[in-house]
Design a protein around this ligand. Structure first.
Ligand code: NAD
Length: 352
């Protein structure tokens, strides 16, 4: 076996059905008693229910989380945390709410318990993306890594089918890029392969039957594995392209990941044959890129950037931005080849 380095993070994971009833114990375990709950306006009722179940150990709810973690929202949440004298944070929701919790933790050092309800995987990372004056920047800090992740499968049953599909593909993207990361190791590769297998098995079941609890559990387990890989190793071309498209052209996060992934994988395939074989096997497909495209199509997810409102005239700029800063990727970056990749993704052409 080749020597390797693995930076494992010390996060406590509680996984199961109905685990939200353990929230009070988890708060006490941190030595805390006044949690501020965080949610989007859409999930305020769910967060309110969780808070009410905590009884007097409930400092308040800030239900103002929105996409892209704008700093003015984070600052309002910090002010709210101080006003109610909160001693910890409980974020209930997807990547947007978890991002808000991380932004508040960065500014206050309050410990975090995260209750994820999508498959984005932010709960497992020390990465925070924030927006100020319309520009999104990303930082990495141990301060933003949550202390506890409480996965309650039951809270994912309400995730709408469309979001289930694209959020699941977003998770698969973390695992796929982990399999060919320059700093990968046998542990992350094992987790990544299992993540692709679990999600590829569960997502088609959920498209047909969103309330299938074993499939929900398998998808959430895959999402955790994927998020863990996202934190542990460096991401490549796929994540760079999605970051560029999301940040510069304001495209929706999970949908963009879903559309770009098969094309980024096709681009990298000649330079990462072992990863491709593992991805294809985990998908149960003949070929990794084609298998990912077919999976997205089977889930009824979008497969063309044109459907997200991007203009074809934006593609030259997107390709130039994607190669502007050097970053590790199995296949060297060529602007004309990336422009061709984006053209295929724009039109939704199946990679062959
Ligand atoms: P989201 O958090 O924006 O959620 C989308 C909508 O779905 C929201 O209205 C939310 O309230 C609702 N929702 C979430 N779970 C639900 C459920 N179970 N039932 C009903 N409604 C539900 O979407 P997302 O894709 O999870 O997060 C995207 C954001 O996360 C992006 O800003 C992205 O940059 C960030 N992200 C960050 C990291 C990281 O490591 N920092 C990783 C992945 C994603």
């Amino acid at each position: 076996m080749e020597p390797f380095t693995y930076n494992a993070s010390a996060v406590r994971i509680v996984f199961g059905h109905g685990t939200r009833t353990a929230l009070a114990d988890e708060i006490a375990r941190l030595g805390c008693s006044r949690p501020l709950l965080l949610s989007t306006p859409q999930q305020a009722a769910e967060a309110e229910r969780l808070g009410a179940a905590l009884g007097q150990h409930f400092a308040g709810l800030f239900a103002g989380a929105v996409m892209h973690t704008p700093v003015e929202v984070s600052e309002a949440a910090v002010a709210h945390a101080k006003a109610v004298d909160a001693d910890c944070l409980v974020a209930v929701g997807g990547g947007s709410t978890i991002g808000l919790g991380k932004a508040v933790a960065l500014r206050t050092d309050l410990p975090q318990i995260v209750v994820p309800t999508t498959y984005a995987g932010s709960e497992a990372t020390s990465i925070l993306g924030q927006t100020a004056d319309g520009a999104k920047t990303t930082l990495r800090s141990p301060k933003v890594l949550p202390e506890v992740i409480l996965y309650d499968v039951d809270l994912t049953l309400t995730l709408p089918p469309g979001l289930t599909a694209v959020s699941g593909m977003n998770a698969i993207a973390h695992a796929v890029e982990a399999l060919y990361a320059a700093d990968r190791n046998p542990v992350t590769s094992m987790m990544a392969e299992q993540a692709v297998r679990s999600l590829a098995r569960a997502l088609p079941v959920l498209t047909a039957e969103p309330l299938d609890t074993p499939a929900r559990a398998e998808a959430l387990y895959g999402a955790w594995l994927s998020g863990t890989c996202l934190n542990a190793v460096g991401m490549g071309l796929h994540h760079k392209l999605c970051h560029t498209l999301g940040g510069t052209f304001d495209l929706p996060h999970a949908e963009t990941h879903t559309i770009i992934l098969p094309h980024a994988v096709r681009y990298n395939a000649p330079a990462a044959p072992d990863a491709m074989a593992r991805i294809a096997q985990a998908l149960g497909a003949a070929d990794a890129a084609g298998g990912l495209f077919d999976l997205a199509q089977r889930l009824g997810a979008p497969t063309a950037l044109a459907a997200l409102g991007l203009e074809e005239s934006d593609l030259d700029r997107a390709a130039a931005l994607a190669v502007a800063a050097p970053y590790p990727n199995p296949r060297p970056l060529s602007e004309p080849a990336i422009r061709a990749l984006l053209g295929n993704a724009f039109r939704g052409i199946r990679p062959s």
